[in-house]
Ligand binder design. Structure first.
Ligand code: CA
Length: 337
């Protein structure tokens, strides 16, 4: 059974030259607005023939590095700077971003677990469906800017995945490196089925993801890496002229070969991490302690590294619950792919 057309309409003309700022309008009917709409900001910058890039932030609403960098870019990038077409959506899951949350307050939806989406589903599923069936097919390359959000802090990296198509994998990996963050990663996903990544990759498009900090904020350092990376991405894929600017230190390559990279809590309590992001880890080393907050004088539970590598991500809040990811240990490798 074929799906009906998306209920979302764009106020911009994706085929027109020049700079346009508008909205992706999704009709809703609520107590506050009987005939209302979710209005997702979109900017389209087109200058003649060339490739199309989609720059996306706010797939998770509390990941501000990408949101901030893309909002800034919408007022900076000029049509004459571009060859082809750049589509910028700084806040894919607008209701989540407006609420400062990972997920949507309208339906609890986690956009990056809602793909390929559904035109007859929840608000979040309708947004996912619009990206899958309308925006992604227009594109050659997609950059999806993530970071840790409120509950994680993550070293800055561009990432790609192992794919069935070696040429598609090579182009994504080169894009992930050219983003020019201090690290580049071949990423293992815990559950890839409903990710934006998979919706894009399954259409044969080049997909680059990032992680760029976290804690539910941005810093001058994380924002500088993000803004430089977005420009590098556009330059690398031929949409903007210029030279890719790499970091002063040689880029470090990381691999996450399997699920053992993720250290998840089997306790509830107060978290002490013994390492900072980017620190070297040896297998068997104590990386975290969790303290029982209901009493004094009791020994903490120790968590040890299951592999060698570096601390690539950590839980950000000090309070930890059963099942929370405490740490992610990535393997440093000489080459990727
Ligand atoms: Ca994310």
């Amino acid at each position: 059974m074929s799906k009906r057309p998306s209920p979302i309409s764009a106020t911009v003309d994706f085929d027109a030259d020049g700079v346009q700022h508008g909205f992706l309008k999704l009709p809703i009917s609520t107590d506050e607005s009987a005939w209302g709409a979710v209005m997702i900001p979109v900017t389209v910058i087109r200058n003649g023939e060339g490739p199309t890039a989609l720059l996306a932030g706010g797939n998770h609403g509390d990941e501000y590095e990408g949101i901030t960098a893309l909002i800034k870019l919408t007022s900076e990038l000029r049509a004459e700077d571009v060859r082809g077409r750049v589509i910028i959506v700084p806040m894919m899951n607008l209701p989540a971003a407006m609420a400062g949350r990972r997920t949507s307050p309208m339906d609890g939806g986690n956009l990056n677990r809602s793909f390929p989406g559904d035109p007859d589903g929840t608000v979040t599923q309708k947004i996912a469906d619009y990206f899958t069936r309308v925006l992604v097919p227009m594109c050659d390359v997609v950059l999806d800017l993530h970071s840790g959000g409120r509950t994680l802090d993550i070293i800055p990296f561009g990432a790609s995945h192992v794919l069935d198509n070696p040429e598609q994998q090579r182009q994504a990996l080169e894009g992930a490196k050219a983003f020019g963050a201090p690290y580049a990663m071949m990423m293992f996903e815990l559950d890839a089925a409903a990710l934006f990544d998979t919706a894009v990759e399954s259409q044969g498009k080049v997909f680059v993801a990032t992680e760029l900090g976290g804690g539910g904020t941005s810093t001058p350092e994380s924002l500088a890496i993000t803004e430089r990376g977005v420009r590098n991405f556009l330059i690398h894929f031929g949409l903007v002229e210029g030279e890719v600017k790499m970091p002063a230190e040689p880029q470090i390559y990381l691999d996450m070969p399997d699920a053992s990279c993720y250290v998840q809590s089997e306790h509830t309590g107060l978290l002490e991490l013994t390492l900072a992001l980017g620190d070297k880890v040896e297998k068997g080393q104590v990386i975290a302690r969790i303290y029982d907050m209901t009493r004094s004088g009791s020994a903490p539970v120790e968590y040890r590294a299951g592999r060698d590598g570096i601390l690539a991500a950590r839980r950000f809040p000090a309070l930890v619950n059963m099942g929370d990811t405490i740490a992610v240990i990535a393997e440093v490798v000489d080459s990727l792919g």
